[in-house]
Design a protein around this ligand. Structure first.
Ligand SMILES: [Zn+2]
Length: 319
């Protein structure tokens, strides 16, 4: 889980890609850049599944998962050459052909398409990355009808295997929305609850695994983490949807991965948590105050409500 050079290079690529997306979305969002806004409950009309429907779709990554140094901001649907279909009426806002970007430009999305679905202040955009091909009709400003073919899924850009990265963005809110909240979920199943695997402590000079069921030593308030993973019906490795931590009955974290806001130069969950507040690499935070606690209760749910819940009785040596 703790990784070497390959991963740090990957992390760098992720960072570049994130910066690119920041820039891209910020540029487009200028018109929507209104005052300090209260939280808005954006409820875009439902989307159809953004890929051909004669297939059973496995989802390889869910929204809000760790991407080592940032939240995953969409869902991944594996497949090479699968038809990508417009989930809603709209028009082409943006299209980039990665073949026209020289060399290793930080355009990690590869062939990328963004549609604007209109609807005034509640407009949403949908995004498609790593495409293999674009349909001929997909040119800037072209109107697109629901169900129209947009292209095919592929492996362009910085991608670890053929898949469609699909996201939904709310420009008025400057928020990435969890697509699974707006998609008809007939195309995926999730009957297994999240499970907890290991714990780790971020010490001053290294990361160490600990067994929470046995005594362990914490000489300072080092942050403690738990590795949680959700599974659909099989071996999927997904992030969780809701996450709560209580220390000795006091709630210290309660959040969910329904949307990620871009605010004051950083992405955060609706609860205000930034990536670093929730994750160390792909482990979920239990907070540094664990050291003085006798009990830690962890609750994690997936989007279908399957729940993991456990209270750990701690035996921490403090010196
Ligand atoms: Zn993705």
């Amino acid at each position: 889980m703790i990784d070497g050079a390959a991963k740090s290079r990957k992390a760098q690529v992720h960072r570049m890609r994130r910066i690119f997306l920041f820039t891209l979305l910020s540029t487009f969002a200028i018109s929507a850049q209104n005052k300090e806004k209260p939280t808005v409950q954006a409820t875009p009309a439902p989307y159809e599944w953004p890929a051909e429907k004669d297939k059973k779709y496995q989802i390889s990554s869910t929204f809000g998962e760790s991407r080592i140094d940032h939240f995953h901001n969409g869902i991944d649907l594996p497949g090479e050459g699968s038809k990508v279909l417009a989930p809603k009426d709209g028009r082409v806002l943006y299209r980039i052909n990665s073949e026209f970007t020289p060399g290793e430009m930080p355009y990690g999305g590869g062939n990328t398409l963004i549609l604007d679905h209109g609807d005034g202040s509640n407009a949403t955009w949908s995004g498609y990355m790593h495409l293999k091909t674009f349909a001929d009709a997909v040119i800037k400003n072209a109107p697109i009808a629901k169900g129209e073919k947009l292209g095919t899924s592929g492996n362009t850009g910085h991608s670890g295997g053929p898949h469609l990265h699909f996201f939904i963005y709310h420009p008025g809110e400057r928020a990435m929305l969890n697509p699974l909240l707006f998609l008809n979920d007939l195309y995926y199943r999730d009957t297994k609850p999240p499970e907890a695997k290991e714990w780790g402590v971020l010490l001053a000079d290294k990361f160490a695994n600990v067994n929470p069921d046995k005594p362990f030593r914490l000489s300072a308030d080092y942050p403690v983490y738990i590795f949680l993973q959700d599974h659909g019906v099989g071996k999927e490795r997904w992030g969780v949807f809701e996450y709560k931590v209580r220390l000795d009955e006091k709630e210290v974290i309660s959040t969910k991965f329904d949307r990620i806001f871009f605010k004051e130069g950083a992405w955060s969950l609706a609860t205000g948590h930034k990536f670093e507040d929730i994750f160390y690499r792909n482990l979920y935070a239990l907070t540094p105050q664990v050291r003085r606690a006798k009990k830690v209760s962890v609750e994690a749910k997936d989007l279908k409500g399957n729940a993991f819940s456990k209270t750990f009785e701690l035996k921490i040596q403090q010196n």
